[in-house]
Ligand binder design. Sequence first.
Ligand SMILES: Nc1ncnc2c1ncn2[C@@H]1O[C@H](COP(=O)(O)OP(=O)(O)OP(=O)(O)O)[C@@H](O)[C@H]1O
Ligand SMILES: [Mg+2]
Length: 356
Amino acid sequence: MSIDSKELENIYSRLDTVKDPEIGVSIVKLKMIDSIEKDSDFLNIKIKLTVPGCPLSATIEKDIKAALGGAGYENVNVAFGYMTRKELEDVKSTLSENRRDLPPPIAKYTKKNIKNIIAVYSAKGGVGKSSVVVLLALTASRLGYKTGILDCDVSGPSVRTLFNSDWHASINNENKLNPLVDSNIKIISIDMLTNAEALVWRGPLVSSAIKQMYSDTDWGELDVLFLDLPPGTSDGPITVFQTIPVDRILLVTTPQNLSQVIGKKTLIMAEALKVPIVGIIENMSYLVCDHCGEKIYLPDSKTRILNGIPILGRLPFNKAVSTDIKSLDFDSLHSLESVIKYSLIESDGGVDLRRP
Ligand SMILES: Nc1ncnc2c1ncn2[C@@H]1O[C@H](COP(=O)(O)OP(=O)(O)OP(=O)(O)O)[C@@H](O)[C@H]1O
Ligand SMILES: [Mg+2]
């Protein structure tokens, strides 16, 4: 049964109110509507997801049915396909055009005496970002780089705990915060400034806390500052990308499908925010056999390049990460050395920061 143009326009305007739950832009603007057909009883809508098997398709279906239910369409079928690479490229440019859906750009802080600022990020929680930040920093410090960590996870800071410290940052003569210094790494986090657990952080507070920690800490001269980002695409990460002069993003994923899927969305978000991604670290990628030293990869852990972004390193599952991260044997972290060298050289405009 055909749908006349007026009715189609009405349906599209209803669908325009439905947003991709993760990207936060209308599914119409993202050109996710593949087809709309009507038979005697049903309105059949086919949606193209940005990635196959997107775990949020159930939410999109629910939102579509709610939006159309209000216009008298009680029987709606929603089916899903997914976008081609070319269509995904279009989504990225649409996202750039729709940057007004994101908070307005703010003037960025200067880099001061920090040569490289690298954000470690994933839209998915619990993939090991904080652990990877600490391992990267320990490796960088061991390689002789002057290293810092800014824990940007204001609602759930974990870096101080990973260093097994109860440091509280005092203010020095220059009115700057004294960071914790451990393993030659300068570290600041919100739980060094206040009893973070006692506070419920709202958006603007999250943003100002991150900005203050960046600008008010006595970093001195650093070769590299690693930023441990909270998961998701909320105020925290957006503040970081909009106000701190991040050179590059290192993306963390795990071999499981879900984080790969969300990882792809992260790529889209990062592109919209115009921060380049240097590569991916796959965490909890394999186990090393206690007896023979063989690396046992998880079934899903195969080389994958997400949208042309290389996987720069793979880290083993190792229980010492949660029990005593500083005790980890650096041979098993060999891949992080090359990640660091690659990231720093690349992001310093070609200046080789490698130590002799
Ligand atoms: N390579 C690893 N081997 C073993 N356990 C790990 C590894 N990486 C992370 N973990 C464990 O997984 C859990 C989540 O790690 P972590 O807190 O670093 O993740 P996250 O991505 O920062 O989480 P959030 O999104 O909540 O900030 C922790 O218990 C940590 O000890
Ligand atoms: Mg974390």
